[in-house]
Design a protein around this ligand. Sequence first.
Ligand SMILES: Nc1ncnc2c1ncn2[C@@H]1O[C@H](COP(=O)(O)OP(=O)(O)O)[C@@H](O)[C@H]1O
Ligand SMILES: [Mg+2]
Length: 178
Amino acid sequence: MERENRITGVFGIKGCGKTSLCKILTLRNDKPAAIIDYCGEYAFPIVKTVAGFLKYFKTEPRLSIRLVSHSDIERVLGILSRLERVLVVCDEVDAYASPHYIPEGLAFIARYGRHRSIDLIYASRRPAEVPRLLTSQSDDLFAFLIREQRDIAYLSEFTTTDLALLRNLSPLHYRKIL
Ligand SMILES: Nc1ncnc2c1ncn2[C@@H]1O[C@H](COP(=O)(O)OP(=O)(O)O)[C@@H](O)[C@H]1O
Ligand SMILES: [Mg+2]
């Protein structure tokens, strides 16, 4: 059966190129994109409030959503999870989700986004620091340089390739491991 959405994870140590890859993947995706731009790195039209998001997401094909409060981030994710045919980008997802906690809207996208054609791209330094629900439901996983043995072991569950090579990747180089 053809997949109706794609969930993509990007991992690697700081400064190795994750955000740049997320930007490329966002530009390649033709769905309206909502970027939860936690660190303010995406040069799309910017909104800084939930009201701004509600106002401009209808008209801007890509929106950089720079929210500070976690409750606002959760509100936006909840609203996005009820839409259809959108791309949600959660760079620095570990800032507001962890193996022990996932915002309801993000969990809904991971579980049921397929039925609404909601694509998800998420990035984090360490795979072991993101909700298991995200990694377990991912269609694509990209890894840049990773040094931590536990993170390599975590990602090794998704492939038969020996991922020891991730420790020797040059900055800005990645491997697609799923
Ligand atoms: N393919 C690339 N070629 C040249 N410079 C790059 C490339 N990818 C990233 N960079 C630069 O490397 C730095 C770190 O990249 P970034 O994507 O912010 O990493 P991360 O999100 O993993 O911390 C940035 O200054 C970025 O502009
Ligand atoms: Mg980044």
